[in-house]
Design a protein around this ligand. Structure first.
Ligand code: ASP
Ligand code: MG
Length: 805
């Protein structure tokens, strides 16, 4: 036989009660053997409680009472509820008169909700030709006299249950009331709010049921609250023990007492949804799933109390005094944590009790305060206990790291001895984000990487296109969802929580104007609980870099194609690294030198692995590479080659920005700093290729006179040895073990058949000399400029960070 229990929401008017009737009909058609247990319909218990309270305060309650009655009779207006209604009316009048009510009377009132429900269901079934009988379970379940939360006397109840079964007419479906009982004197008691689940479990136990089916308004037990975690899913199977842990941590499906009668007889409990016949629900049984099911639940409205003091070390009985004090105050203690140094003890209480708890502890420890053994008793309010049921500590390191990386402050962590439950104490503000992070780590669902892109010029624009294009593939292959939630231009800011799509350009045009996109992006991420944040700087702005620390403090990792942050003063460089370290954040900028070529990464790797880098030399600039490669090969004048380079888009709009050597100098400095050298930009010796008299003034003016460069460069070319070519190189040398190296940017003549001499097109080349590689440098060569390759490099950095999250 099975026990089928329907909750109050399942029995509500309309869809609910209709579904219940057809569920019962189907079971009968399938020849299933079962009895039905019902709660009060809709919100009947709350409503009765409310009317009683109004009456007790001598207030008017007639409207609520009328509403209650019409709701209750609505599915079968011809039903005879006169006995229950008259009883309730008499009680309400009496209570209103006396302005007083006992718990005993209250139980009698609340019990009517279940009695009406059982009557209604059997009436509706009878109307359909099904033989059903409503049974008042007060005749069966016997309790002690604790009204409102009575304790069941199991032996006696079990005996009476047998009698009821023996007396039940054949082929009659029993519709039993949940929640209500009688004490030995025959007065009505109740088993505590939500107690009809418990009644159902008791009946299952007494009748040796094969299964208890609990019809609710949810699909089952979820891996996390689906309102908070989009990816939450139903757990097919879970063990009693795990379900019990969940029940005590706010998963409201189960009354903690409920599962005990089931465990005793090993009766599986199935949670089903009255409103969704498709859902298979969750099965709670002895072993659950072998793998160990995990579920995350949140209990909010708690406070952390901390008792601290030097004098607590080795002192016997402090904990006992704490617990006794709170016990006397009837304050329940949740998670507890105490370090082995015993310098302090932290524990969790319900927020409504925190003031009382602190007061009573201050009183208890007043002597210890005065002799300074105890220095402080503090409270942190507005925290939540997040508990991960079925999770052991060994497997928790990745979720833990991910929480830390996301700036989630864990106030306290605790794992229970059986090793199957981890509890974390987290500020309410951060809970939403935290459980999403934990959930995606534990269940291996795709992690979200939330990206803000600053600067949407050629590099920024290409990057967005590249990301949008490979988004799907990355989701499939790496289970990583790249979500561009912000695009900031110089004036506009586009914000989209779910991420921009292919029509982002038109949306960006209509996006709102902003004066401070950085602050707005940070606020937006915070407001929408976005995790795994990465900010990308594709600007060339020296203003923007001042906000790097702010972004880091707010949980962003950084990727940048902007070189400025690495080439302003060494103080800034150092403090930025410190900031990154403090907040456990990354800053990648592979494209600062050689665009997408894996240069910085290689140098970092060599340097960090202890390889002594002795020199780095190469052609760092794509534009100057083109100019000198072409000039060395052809008969044409220097100025005409520069103009060609301009036309091909290889130079900046003002070619002097390339020719002056500053860009190469910045790149050289960035590499030097990778080797922990503390050089400054003004220490780089730069061979400026522009004659002094042409350095100032408008670009047009310069271009008109550019031919003045031809003669000097022609002379340089001719003065070379045979089979030599000109190259504009950056060279980092000197004793690189010292705090500073020598940085030169100069025009040199090299043999045509050397690595530098063979360079062609607008390629860059970097020679890295190290101690182990001796005279044969590691050479990295390839396209070292251009929007597409630079964007590709930024993308690479982005993925590198995403992977570590
Ligand atoms: N009707 C009772 C309540 O609302 C019992 C139950 O629903 O389980 O608490
Ligand atoms: Mg690079």
């Amino acid at each position: 036989m099975k026990i089928i229990k329907f909750g109050g929401k399942s029995l509500s008017n309309g869809t609910g009660i209709n579904a219940v009737i057809s569920i019962i009909q189907n079971k009968i058609n399938n020849n299933e053997k079962f009895v039905v247990i019902v709660s009060a319909r809709g919100n009947a218990t709350d409503e009765l409680e409310n009317i009683l309270e109004l009456a007790k305060q001598g207030k008017e309650y007639k409207t609520q009472w009328q509403e209650f009655k019409s709701y209750q009779i609505s599915p079968a207006p011809a039903i005879d509820f006169s006995k229950e209604f008259q009883l309730l009316e008499k009680i309400f009048e009496g209570v209103q008169l006396l302005e007083e009510v006992s718990l005993k009377i209250k139980d009698l009132v609340l019990a009517q909700g279940e009695l009406l429900a059982a009557k209604m269901i059997s009436k509706l079934l009878n109307d359909k030709g099904i033989k059903a009988k409503n049974i008042d379970s007060r005749k069966i379940i016997v309790t002690d006299e604790q009204y409102g939360n009575a304790v069941v006397l199991e032996e006696e109840s079990k005996k009476r249950c047998q009698t009821f079964i023996d007396e039940l007419e054949e082929n009659t479906l029993a519709i039993l009331t949940g929640f209500i009982a009688n004490n030995e004197q025959g007065s009505t008691t109740t088993l505590g709010r939500n107690g009809s689940n418990y009644s159902a479990a008791l009946f299952a136990n007494f009748l040796n049921a094969e299964e208890l089916q609990n019809y609710t308004h949810v699909d089952g037990i979820y891996t996390a609250n689906p309102d908070l975690v989009e990816e939450a899913r139903i757990i097919d199977q879970i063990s009693f023990q795990e379900a019990n842990e969940l029940a005590s941590f706010g998963a409201s499906i189960l009354h903690a007492k409920t599962i005990i009668p089931l465990i005793e007889k090993n009766i599986p409990l199935r949670i089903l949804n009255t409103f969704n016949s498709e859902s298979k629900g969750t099965l709670i049984c002895r072993n659950g799933q072998k793998k160990g099911v995990k579920s995350i639940s949140v209990k909010s409205g708690v406070s952390l109390i901390n008792l601290e003091g030097k004098g607590l070390l080795g002192k016997i009985g402090v904990d006992a005094r704490i617990f006794n004090t709170l016990g006397r105050e009837n304050i329940n203690i949740g998670v507890i944590s105490q370090g082995s140094s015993e310098r302090g003890i932290g524990f969790v209480v319900n927020s409504k009790d925190d003031d009382r708890a602190v007061k009573s502890l201050r009183k208890e420890f007043s002597n210890d305060f005065s002799n300074k053994d105890v220095s402080n008793i503090t409270t942190i309010n507005d925290v939540s206990v997040v508990s991960i049921v079925g999770q052991n500590l060994q497997g928790f390191s990745k979720p833990y790291q991910s929480l830390v990386k996301n700036n989630i402050e864990i106030l306290l962590i605790n794992n229970n001895i059986s090793g199957n439950n981890i509890s974390l104490l987290i500020d309410n503000q951060q809970v939403h984000k935290a459980i999403n992070i934990i959930h995606s780590q534990i269940f291996g669902v795709a992690k979200n990487i939330n990206i803000a892109i600053f600067g949407k010029g050629t590099v920024g624009g290409s990057l967005i296109e590249q990301i949008l294009k490979s988004q799907e593939q990355i989701l499939r292959r790496k289970e990583t969802r790249l979500n561009i939630f912000a695009v900031a231009g110089s004036k506009n800011l586009l914000l989209q929580k779910e991420g921009i799509g292919n029509n982002w350009k038109s949306e960006f045009k209509n996006a709102k104007q902003t004066k401070d996109s950085i602050k707005e992006v940070i606020a937006f991420a915070e407001q929408h609980h976005l995790e795994n944040l990465i900010a990308i700087d594709n600007t060339a702005s020296s203003e923007f870099i001042k906000s790097y620390p702010l972004l880091i403090e707010n949980g962003f990792d950084l990727v940048s194609s902007n070189k400025i942050a690495n080439t302003v003063g060494f103080d800034f460089y150092k403090s930025l690294r410190k900031e990154l370290k403090t907040h456990n954040k990354q800053y990648l900028y592979e494209t600062n030198v050689g665009a997408g070529l894996p240069l910085i990464d290689t140098i970092k790797l060599l340097h960090d692995s202890g390889e002594n880098i002795t020199r780095i030399k190469g052609v760092f600039s794509g534009s100057l590479s083109y100019i000198f490669n072409a000039f060395s090969e052809s008969e044409e004048s220097f100025s005409s080659i520069v103009k060609q380079a301009m036309e091909k888009g290889f130079t900046e709009p003002d070619p002097r920005e390339d020719l002056c050597g500053n860009d190469v100098a910045r790149k050289l400095l960035i590499l030097a700093r990778e080797l922990d050298l503390e050089n400054e930009l003004d220490e780089v010796q730069i061979r400026n290729l522009i004659p002094e008299n042409l350095r100032g003034g408008q670009v047009d003016n310069f271009l008109q006179r550019i031919e003045e460069l031809d003669h000097p460069f022609e002379l340089l070319k001719e003065a070379q040895e045979k089979d030599h070519v000109l190259r504009y190189v950056g060279d980092l040398h000197g004793d690189l073990q010292q705090s500073k190296g020598e940085l030169d940017v100069s025009l040199v003549s090299v043999p045509k058949n050397s690595a530098l001499g063979q360079l062609s097109g607008s390629n860059s080349i970097f020679e890295i000399y190290t101690e182990s590689y001796g005279e044969n440098p590691i050479v990295i060569q390839g396209a070292g400029a251009g929007a597409a390759v630079t964007a590709r490099g930024v993308f690479g950095d982005l993925l590198r960070i995403a992977e570590k999250r």
